[in-house]
Design a protein around this ligand. Structure first.
Ligand code: ATP
Ligand code: MG
Length: 253
């Protein structure tokens, strides 16, 4: 009997499944006089979070800080109470990251790329095989697995980058504008995929398309000029009778 992708995520005995707390405390990134992220404080627990805000609001900066591609100017990140430095390599194993900018190894076939990314994440070949097949089927690229990435359309590259973010056993999945450039059918498929894999994980998704995130996010964080402006949830929508679109227009107009 074959094993499923979920089974490859099996926890080691004794591991606490429920603990999934990512705290950002006064997290700040400054470029000369420009503060890209300004004393941002927030606690994420398992579930899907949307990140909304105009161009330059600091969404990618925050995501890159969590993924440790950038060093904060000040403030700290805590994963289940511990700093990434204290956790050493273990913290990076918790991160699945899809960058906003498409950077992809054009000369590799899709399968080669996925195995390469799996190896970087320290995934054993047997588990990688199971995960890669399921993920590529989810993003509708399994048939293209032997094609070179250089021959892919923008949307196909996008779906490749989404798939690789879910490789391994990461509990913090960061997707920086995953649906940009996708056609309507693919947007729905990706939304479904995010929802399927969000169980027991923190999934943070930035987007400019409210309808991509509104139906699935437990909370939507609005950012402006690096600052947390508002937090929106379906509860607040019901309570205040204002749609997220109305909120966005009110805040950013
Ligand atoms: N390497 C850098 N050097 C200097 N300033 C930078 C650098 N990277 C980002 N910034 C600045 O930081 C701010 C936040 O940028 P960021 O890319 O995080 O915004 P964003 O919300 O992701 O925007 P978008 O919606 O366009 O992707 C902007 O003012 C940007 O110009
Ligand atoms: Mg960005």
């Amino acid at each position: 009997m074959g094993i499923t992708l979920e089974e490859t995520w099996n926890k080691t005995p004794g591991e606490n499944d429920t603990e999934c707390i990512l705290e950002l405390k006064e997290l700040t990134k400054q470029y000369q006089s420009n503060i890209a992220l300004d004393h941002f404080t927030y606690t994420f627990t398992s579930g899907i979070y949307g990140l909304l805000g105009p161009n330059g609001a600091g969404k990618s900066t925050m995501m890159n800080l969590i993924a440790r591609n950038l060093k904060p100017t000040s403030g700290e990140i805590l994963w289940n109470g511990k700093t990434p430095d204290a956790l050493k390599g273990k913290y990076m194993e918790e991160i699945g990251y899809m960058p906003q900018q498409q950077f992809i190894y054009e000369h590799m076939s899709l399968l080669q790329f996925m195995y390469y990314m799996a190896a970087l994440k320290g995934l054993a070949k047997k588990k990688a095989k199971v995960q890669i097949e399921e993920l590529l089927k989810k993003v509708d690229l399994w048939e293209k697995r032997h094609c070179h990435l250089g021959s892919f359309s923008g949307g196909m590259k996008q779906r490749t980058l989404i798939a690789q973010a879910f490789l391994g056993n990461a509990h913090i999945i960061i997707l920086d504008e995953p649906t940009a450039g996708l056609d309507p059918l693919q947007r729905v498929a990706i939304r479904k995929m995010i929802q399927d894999y969000a169980k027991e994980r923190i999934v943070i998704v930035s987007t400019h398309v409210i309808s991509d995130i509104e139906p699935i996010a437990k909370e939507i964080i609005m950012l402006r000029k690096g600052k947390l402006l508002d937090i929106f949830s379906l509860e607040t929508e019901q309570r205040e009778g204002e749609t997220i679109e109305d909120t966005y227009i009110r805040l950013f107009q």
